[in-house]
Write a protein that binds this ligand. Structure first.
Ligand code: FE
Ligand code: CA
Length: 524
């Protein structure tokens, strides 16, 4: 079951087998394995173990994933549950009152997966809402609402999606999630920084428990704290999620097996394995996404009829170390060196094949870090943040060349990471008017990271003037709402004025559109 691809750090195959055995012991997520823990047939919990809410995700034609995790005391080791296995019943219905139940079954979960439950329900009708809940002992979970995707061949005429990123617990309330839960949407994309791994930071809006996450127990506790938030629970209960990660699910600015703190690769890969396992345990992902030792196959394609094809990317697990380091500056030679890659070879090949083959009208790349270059320095000097696509020119050039020559229909890039909103044209040479627009990028702001923020800081006035391909910027918190039809992509940047206390209202700060067949962002 355990597939190891990191041979260069594992040495001989005998060592690899030994390490595989250790991983199988420490991180036993074999889906066929029933819990080794004793089964508690008739559990009597003193209070509800559904403290972390419910979620659903990765919709398909007639199928969706349902998720929950049992925890009596979210912040305690093991979620405050004894190391026992439990039987959890799930139920899915066509209506909120569960009068038309379409599926019901019982699954077992145990401490080796932090009492998380992942159910893949098949045989449902495409493109319709369903309601679901779980039961264990005498306790029932809150009800979640989900929605299946249309058939891949369906001539869908509208898709409504939201996208979010970056929800640092200590930097603000999840008010934007509360508003996102109220939106009428088909699906929400989470583009990473679901948790932050840091130990306590100065002057927190809310205190996060525990030191910097490095162990499975540490990451599990961090997810449990984040998942205890009522606004986050509300948004998961309201919409299915399609998730991908960025760096903070493991460690700030890590690249593949390279720690940003200089931790040796073999120990960092163990930390990464713990982080990936905790991520899997807490996300509504299909079992085929589960980690194998230190690796986790997260990039994937999700079609929404013939209208939208989603390529969900992973720009962390396979990238080479930042060629120009981690401090902003001009691009160094390494950024152009063959071999510098943010996608890794097999993901890049997969992406190009998918873009080439998919008949969809809109080709979405849902991913983490900004793709368009963003020059931060006034005047002729150039200064870039080095953790982004710009520092990996071979992949940028290959993708832009692909878009220019193969012309997949309407490329749209969705990004997060920088805790601010940016809408821009994708051009090989942004400063040359004659350089063709190849696609459009919408960078969404954070849910809470960066605290309250401001509309446009003096510093970002400079950045705006410096980057003619940027059509919109805002530096407040919020989420992005998109309505996609055959003729037009419509994006609303929804912002909240503060997150340092609860209760902010939400407003549309700007609306931008991309017309079918005309790459580039314009004001609505
Ligand atoms: Fe972030
Ligand atoms: Ca400049």
């Amino acid at each position: 079951m355990i597939v190891l691809t990191r041979r260069r750090f594992l040495g001989t195959s005998a060592q690899a087998l030994a390490l595989a055995a250790i991983w199988a012991e420490a991180f036993p997520l074999d889906p066929a394995r029933v819990s080794a823990a004793p089964l508690q047939v008739a559990p009597t919990f003193p209070r509800s173990p559904f403290t972390l809410g419910v979620a659903s995700g990765d919709p398909a034609d007639g199928s969706v994933v349902l998720w929950t995790r049992l925890a009596l005391d979210p912040l305690a080791e093991g979620g405050g549950l004894p190391p026992e296995a439990y039987r959890v019943t799930w139920e899915l219905a066509e209506d909120e009152r569960f009068s038309k139940v379409r599926g019901r079954d019982t699954v077992e979960t145990g401490p080796e997966r932090a009492h998380s439950v992942h159910v893949e329900v098949d045989g449902l009708r495409p493109e319709r809402p369903y309601w679901y809940r779980f039961r264990v002992g005498s306790w029932e979970s809150p009800v979640g609402r989900t929605r299946t995707a249309p058939r891949a061949s369906a001539d869908l005429d509208r898709l409504r999606l939201g996208f979010v990123s970056c929800q640092h617990w200590e930097q603000g309330y999840y008010t934007a999630h509360r508003h996102l839960a109220q939106e009428d949407l088909d699906v929400v994309l989470h583009l990473g920084d679901y948790i932050y791994e840091y130990g306590p930071q100065p002057n927190p809006v809310r205190v996060s428990v525990g030191p910097e996450c490095t162990t499975l127990a540490g990451y599990r506790q961090r997810y449990a704290q984040y998942k205890s938030d009522p606004d986050l629970q509300a948004v998961h209960a309201a919409h299915p999620f399609i998730v991908t990660w960025d760096d903070h699910e493991v460690e700030n600015d890590y690249a593949s097996d390279h720690s940003n703190d200089g931790e040796p690769a073999d120990s960092f890969v163990r930390r990464r394995a713990a982080a990936y396992q905790a991520y899997y345990e807490h996300m509504p992902l299909r079992v085929e996404r589960r980690p194998r030792g230190p690796d986790m196959p997260l990039f994937r394609g999700i079609p929404y009829g013939r209208l939208v094809d989603l390529a969900v990317l992973d720009t962390r697990q396979y990238r080479t170390p930042q060629p120009c380091g981690n401090k902003p500056g001009p691009l160094c030679e390494g950024a152009f060196a063959p071999g510098a890659t943010i996608l890794g070879e097999s993901q890049r090949r997969w992406l190009f094949e998918r873009l080439d083959r998919s008949p969809a009208r809109w080709h979405v790349m849902a991913q983490q870090v900004m793709m368009a270059p963003l020059d931060l320095a006034a005047g002729p000097p150039e200064e870039f943040s080095m953790d982004k696509w710009t520092a990996y020119q071979p992949d940028v050039e290959a993708l832009f060349q692909f878009l220019a020559t193969r012309k997949p229909s309407n490329p749209i890039v969705l990004s997060g990471d920088i805790h601010s909103s940016w809408a821009c044209d994708l051009k090989a040479k942004p400063h040359e008017a004659a350089s063709p627009v190849l696609g459009s990028e919408f960078v969404g702001t954070s849910i809470s990271s960066g605290r309250d923020g401001t509309d446009i800081s003096p510093r970002n006035q400079v950045v705006l003037a410096e980057n003619p391909h940027v059509k919109f910027h805002n530096g407040q918190r919020g989420y992005v709402r998109c309505t996609v039809t055959r003729d037009r992509w419509h994006t609303d940047y929804r912002v909240v004025p503060f997150v340092s206390r609860p209760g902010a209202s939400v407003e549309t700060r700007a609306s931008l559109v991309v017309e079918n067949g005309r790459p580039g962002v314009t004001r609505a």
